[in-house]
Design a protein. Sequence first.
Lengths: 161, 172
Amino acid sequence: RLVSAARQNADNDEEEEKEVDMTMSLNPDIPSIDNLTIDGEYRDYFPILALPKHIQDLVFSFLPIMDRLALAGVNKNLYKIESESKYYVEELAIVEIPFIGASLSPMAEYAVKNYKHSIVLFENKSYSSDFIRRIAHNASIGTLRIIARDSHSQSNMNTSF
Amino acid sequence: RIYPLMRVTLTTSDGASVTVSRQLTKHSGFIEKAITDMAVDDNAVPLSAVAVDVDDATLKLVIEWLTEHRDDALPYPEKTDEERRADDIPAWDQAFVQKWDTKEDQQQTLYAVITAADKLDIKGLLDMTCKTLANKINGKTVEEMREILQLECDFTEEELAEIRKENAWCEN
């Protein structure tokens, strides 16, 4: 609304309009609540970075892990917010399985069926363990279940994060 | 002690005033604190006005929600470390949001109601609206999220490679 008011005040001179736009948004990452673009097209978006930190945390806490991590990959601000925001899951399974084409092996299906939150690792790909550290850092998990293909016994780690 | 017949006058940021029952305002931590701070006789009818930093249009929606939820248990259950989910929004609340969260509205009202619920400290409404926002993001690709939130990717190539490595497990 501020922007549209400022736009009304600014005349058609391009130079002047540029100046107004620069003063409007001190932080370019925080979108204004005005959803009109310069050419009058409507944009449907939510100004998530304009929300207070504790509300951003609340929104993150309602997202499944994969969506949280995807949201963290949107931009630097969200990456930082995500990394400081707590996870709330009861159980997380990490399962290593052989890679069979594009379909899930029985083992992966088992994990997906039995655990609401499961991370499936494929044997022939290399992974960074950073994501486990990232999740564990802020997690409130009752049980972290790691099922490796070669070891027939499952290892359970009860965490007290 | 709550006197259901007691009424509270709320003055909005754009100069309107609305008088509502204490049965509704008891769900707002902000209004309850304001009444307590005034230290008036609980039987006083009506109370002197409580100023709220919410505009009239948004306050009307908040009151509509409070009217439906007037019998909700108090205090609002404390959130624990238990798992949280966003797929449990009651049917009435979903229909309530759908009335104004339209394409034309462009989520401006959702933003206004979230911030109003925060300012007025109405925990049930804040949870519900934040779940609504989470559900808009849930299941989208990173590109779609950038579109919904109108945010540009500002990572360097090296940082992007690092994130891809970190998230390799959830990609095909």
